[in-house]
Ligand binder design. Structure first.
Ligand SMILES: [Cu+2]
Length: 154
């Protein structure tokens, strides 16, 4: 017995207090969980691999190539183009960082505009030769962080 640290009533109250706080925290977490679940499929690799967070779809339609840039990926990482020609690359930045795209190979070296989150920018590249080209983000060390890909033509 002796002397308890706190009277029973207060200790009981304390337990409820903790419980309530935990529940409140849980409720606060729920919207985040829903947000993450809604977004997770696009970056996690499940679902459509070329679908961006903002509803863009990466890929080729005619001579227009849509590229999605994120922290730190280029989508699609393996781009195939049917034949040599002039292509317009439209970049969509869905990452928090500023990104761009540079295309190199077969005598070509062309850099796209630098764009910030939620923005898009386009540039045109003359890809006259069939073969392999390299593409990467030229901003800071993003290339070494994973922002690279290849373009194969023909
Ligand atoms: Cu980048």
């Amino acid at each position: 017995m002796g002397e308890p640290g706190a009277p029973p009533c207060s200790s009981h109250h304390g337990v409820i207090g903790v419980c309530f706080r935990a529940m409140k925290r849980l409720l606060l977490l729920i919207p985040f969980a829903v947000l993450l679940a809604g977004c997770g499929g696009t970056s996690g690799g499940t679902g459509s691999p070329n679908q961006g967070h903002l509803g863009e779809t990466a890929g080729v339609i005619g001579n227009k190539v849509t590229i999605i840039l994120q922290d730190f990926t280029v989508t699609p990482a393996k781009l195939k183009l049917p034949k040599p020609g002039t292509y317009t690359f439209e970049l969509h930045n869905e990452g928090a960082q500023t990104h761009s795209l540079e295309i190199e190979g077969n005598g070509v070296e062309k850099k796209g505009p630098q764009i910030t989150f939620g923005q898009k920018g386009s540039f045109t590249v003359d890809l006259k030769k069939a073969g392999k080209y390299e593409m990467y983000c030229p901003v800071d060390s993003h290339k070494s962080l994973g922002m690279t890909g290849t373009i194969t033509i023909g």
